[in-house]
Design a protein. Structure first.
Length: 160
């Protein structure tokens, strides 16, 4: 059984950013690179907050250093863990400013995945049909986030 099977189709409700970060850390332990983690949800839904937990959980960097790559588009958090499989780079991509398929292509998401990386993508909605092209033979974890109140976030995880 793939480790990601353990997180298939889960729904969570968190009540603080700290809880969302803790959930991200737990998720991190289930990820097997190369894997594409697609985050969907509106501004303020908690995509960056969850990413802090995932990145910290992979021990790439402390969570304070994880910020939205809104202007640079991609952050690389370096070697996440060493082991039998060697280096696992962790990439954090924000597609907020991406306007079309051509811009998306220049990001080279495919190349990032080819590095046996963990690739976390905010505003996954913007992948559109490109998601299907990236997906074959790769693990994709889709996470929908939404605010149900000021401090409550619903977080639905789907592994496919
Ligand atoms: P996004 O990246 O989706 O735009 P952020 O993670 O940057 O969202 O912002 C989420 C905002 O919501 C932060 O200001 C955070 O403090 C706040 N927040 C309140 N409750 C939660 C929660 N349960 N989980 C995550 N963020 C929360
Ligand atoms: Mg964000």
């Amino acid at each position: 059984m793939k480790p990601e099977a353990a997180i298939r189709n889960q729904s969570h409700v968190t009540h603080s950013p700290e809880e969302t970060i803790a959930l991200g850390r737990k998720l991190a332990s289930e990820l097997v690179p190369p894997v594409l983690v697609v985050l969907l949800g509106e501004l303020g839904a908690g995509k960056t907050t969850l990413t802090k937990g995932i990145v910290a959980g992979l021990s790439a960097v402390p969570e304070e250093e994880v910020t939205s790559p809104t202007f640079t588009l991609i952050h690389e958090y370096g070697a996440a863990r060493r082991g039998r499989t060697g280096r696992t780079p962790v990439y954090h991509v924000d597609l907020y400013r991406i306007e079309n398929a051509r811009e998306l292509e220049t990001l080279g998401l495919e190349d990032l995945l080819a590095e046996r990386a963990v690739v976390i993508v905010e505003w996954g909605e913007k992948l559109g049909p490109a998601l299907r092209q990236l997906a074959p033979g790769r693990s994709v974890v889709e996470i929908h986030l939404s605010a149900s109140s000021d401090s409550e976030r619903r977080i639905d995880i789907r592994v496919g």
